[in-house]
Design a protein around this ligand. Structure first.
Ligand code: UDP
Ligand code: MG
Length: 316
């Protein structure tokens, strides 16, 4: 097999504090593996500016003028991490053999790409970067993140445990990925659905080298909720179970009321009226809300709006 043409896709949202360091780290790494003949000389980087409000795009543009390895993709506004990745991948799918997506903050170990390329050369079409330890994460981040993967797996979403969006895909996989038309694309759930031979590479996750996380708790929860409702109807089924459970309770309360009535001690009880009323109207609201959540999703998808809009591409 000839050395593959590799494209690294790096989504960037307000990353001015780290971008140059990221670039020079990747650049040194590329120089080494190009010299070793591991990847083709035409291999490049694609920095996707996801509507940053700082100097991110200016830095990308500057790098693209200095270095012909750098392709810059500018989105017209902030579309989110997943869409930024897709914009980078889809806009370059024809020109490369394999693609690695990596965060801009150097938390994913660049050296692990070597392992990915080796697995690719051995025939894997997808290689997942999996964190072997989370020593550098805070207790809170670790617990919530691992809880997230466990809940997802319990609900039947085929996510790879402790794998985020650091992965290698080849061109074929990317073409198939393009056929998943949903707008709210949750890549960690979708990629395993594509199939083909896949492998894992383990690495330890490093600390963010500069700048702050672009995923505060609110965004993290939204991301998790999106992942769950995009893949699993389990919450809806829970509502059904809950309804059945309520129905059984209601029936027993009804029996109790009837027996009391027949026995003749019918003191009009405020509690026994209000309690079930509150309980059942409350659970109805929950159920309706949850159904609304799914209808909202259908609404989003049915509109068929674009996932992202590219403003311009430099140095293609
Ligand atoms: N990111 C993006 N768009 C967004 C949010 C984040 O492109 O709306 C990028 C960000 O620049 C980074 C990657 O997604 O390259 C992961 O974000 P971050 O490192 O902040 O997440 P964390 O590692 O804290 O979960
Ligand atoms: Mg990060």
């Amino acid at each position: 097999m000839p050395a593959p043409r590799l494209l690294l896709v790096i989504p960037c949202y307000n990353e001015e504090a780290i971008l140059e360091l990221t670039y020079s780290t990747l650049c040194n790494y590329y120089r080494a593996i190009k010299e070793a003949g591991m990847i083709a000389p035409e291999s490049k980087f694609c920095f996707v500016n996801d509507g940053s409000r700082d100097q991110t795009w200016e830095i990308i543009e500057k790098l693209s003028k200095q270095d012909e390895q750098v392709i810059g993709v500018k989105l017209s506004r902030n579309f989110g991490h997943q869409s930024a990745i897709m914009a980078g991948l889809e806009s370059q799918v024809e020109s490369f053999d394999c693609f690695v997506t990596i965060d801009a903050d150097l938390q994913d170990d660049v050296q692990a790409i070597t392992g990915m390329i080796e697995k690719y050369k051995e025939g894997a079409r997808i290689v997942y970067g999996v964190r072997s330890d989370r020593g550098t994460d805070s207790w809170f981040k670790r617990t919530t993140a691992e809880g997230f993967y466990k809940v997802m797996q319990k609900m039947g979403v085929p996510v790879v445990f402790n794998h985020a969006d650091f992965r290698l895909m080849d061109r074929r996989v990317l073409q198939e990925l393009g056929n998943f038309r949903e707008i709210n694309l949750f890549l960690r759930g979708v990629v395993p659905l594509i199939g083909f031979k896949s492998e894992k590479v383990f690495y330890s996750r490093l600390e963010r080298q500069a700048g702050e996380t672009k995923y505060p708790l609110s965004k993290m929860l939204l991301f998790a909720w999106n992942g769950i409702t995009s893949f699993s109807t389990f919450p809806m089924r829970m509502v059904l179970y809950f309804g059945v459970f309520n129905f059984i309770i209601a029936t027993s309360i009804l029996t109790y009321i009837l027996i009391s009535y027949l026995a003749g001690y019918t003191v009009p009880g405020w509690t026994s009226t209000m309690l079930p009323l509150a309980f059942f109207s409350g659970s109805n609201m929950v159920a309706i809300g949850l159904i609304g959540e799914y209808i909202g999703k259908i609404y989003e998808e049915v509109k068929g709006r674009p996932r992202y809009i590219i403003d311009k591409i430099v140095n293609e």
